[in-house]
Design a protein around this ligand. Structure first.
Ligand SMILES: NC(=O)c1ccc[n+]([C@@H]2O[C@H](COP(=O)([O-])OP(=O)(O)OC[C@H]3O[C@@H](n4cnc5c(N)ncnc54)[C@H](O)[C@@H]3O)[C@@H](O)[C@H]2O)c1
Length: 356
């Protein structure tokens, strides 16, 4: 099969460091032929870095190129929906950055467009392509954990407000750490649990620390008066198979370290799984009335989960496979966040609708 021709929509940080790097890692399979960014300097820099011939400031011009088979959408969250739907309708496959959308109603439209066009919509949730996820998924699927009935998922930063981009702007992001990094650990956890269907969620968000100019931040400086998202969020999500996940996510909080991990409670064994780092997995089990803690050492080595995710996208297109991270997973995540944000205001448990 011929090389896939790739276009990039939104050519900033993640486009250059993950998507373009991923496509460039398989030059026999695909070629980046066009970049676009509303900021011409960013588009030009991305094009120079990866030797790309066509540069646009309007992504709609890029989509007119009939040679392009697939695009990455790596714009801020508020600008995921329209370019994704336009690209699908133009006959392109789409790898869209996380979270899929600002909310479930946008995600629903995007999934419907993918279904109607028959093109692949993949959500850029790279954690599941890393070694720890691969090991644990096999371990769980072989029945070693029994039924997983509870998980505690944490994406917590002590002082980690992104000091660049639009991550503190609710209008452009849809929310704070919950939607930005909670999305990774929740996807990681749900992937390991087989993506059960969520039914209801309750939760609470806070926004006091991120606005406080007295507090030190480790991820660069930012204008405290422009901080319009939550800095800490907690949710309790219930699923139709009886399982429950407790989710915690923060940009700021007074805690020890920056845990990015999930703890799974199964009927045969439990496990603590970190997304990155050395010795990322601990398994807690029992045999002959003795308790054992195990640390697997043969975890697959994945140089970059970002690169692996892009390679999986290209492989799915070329070999007619289903989306490696379907839009429907992105819709489930958005619907859960909608319910947690709503519950924080209502004080009640809120229903989760994942239909489309
Ligand atoms: N998967 C991950 O781990 C990860 C990490 C960082 C960011 N992200 C996601 O990637 C997306 C972008 O984040 P980033 O860190 O690269 O931000 P960024 O600010 O570095 O890049 C975004 C780029 O999009 C451009 N842009 C904005 N509106 C546009 C439009 N309508 N058309 C074309 N270009 C447009 C901006 O000019 C900017 O250059 C966000 O959705 C974010 O959640 C994912």
């Amino acid at each position: 099969m011929k090389k896939l021709k790739i276009g990039i929509i939104g050519s900033g940080g993640i486009a250059q460091n993950a998507h373009m790097k991923g496509y460039a890692s398989i030059p026999d399979e695909c070629e980046i032929v066009a970049v676009s960014d509303i900021n011409p300097d960013v588009a030009k820099a991305a094009a120079e870095k990866y030797n790309v011939k066509d540069i646009y400031t309007d992504y709609k011009e890029l989509l007119k190129d009939n040679e392009i088979d697939a695009v990455s959408v790596a714009t801020p969250n508020a600008y995921h929906k329209q370019p994704t739907i336009d690209a699908l309708n133009a006959g392109k496959h789409v790898l869209c950055e996380k979270p899929l959308a600002m909310d479930a109603s946008e995600a629903r439209e995007m999934c419907a467009a993918a279904k109607a066009t028959g093109k692949i919509l993949q959500v850029a949730l790279q954690s599941r392509f890393g070694g720890p996820a691969r090991f644990m998924k096999d371990y769980i699927d072989q029945g070693n954990m029994g039924d997983i009935y509870f998980a505690r998922a944490q994406a917590l930063r002590r002082r980690g407000v992104p000091g660049w981009g639009v991550f503190i702007d609710k209008e452009k992001q849809g929310g704070g750490p919950l939607i930005d990094i909670g999305v990774h650990i929740l996807d990681f956890t749900l992937f390991l649990m087989g993506y059960p269907k969520p039914v209801v969620a309750s939760g609470k968000t806070w926004d006091t620390m991120g606005k406080n100019p007295e507090l030190w931040n480790s991820w660069g400086d930012y204008d405290r008066s422009k901080f319009t998202v939550e800095d800490f969020a907690v949710g309790l999500i219930k699923f139709d198979n009886g399982a429950v996940i407790s989710l915690e996510s923060s940009f700021m909080g007074n805690l020890d370290g920056d845990p990015f991990e999930t703890q799974l409670f199964g009927t045969k064994a439990g496990a603590k799984v970190r997304v990155y780092g050395d010795n990322p997995i601990e398994i807690y089990t029992e045999k002959d009335r003795q308790l054992f803690n195990m640390q697997p050492k043969n975890i697959p080595h994945v140089e970059s989960s970002h690169v692996a995710e892009v390679q999986a996208f290209v492989d799915a297109i070329k070999n007619n496979k289903p989306s490696p991270v379907p839009g429907e997973n992105g819709l489930i995540l958005n619907a859960i966040f909608d319910a947690i944000y709503k519950s924080s205001v209502s004080g009640k448990e809120e229903a989760i609708d994942v239909s489309f």
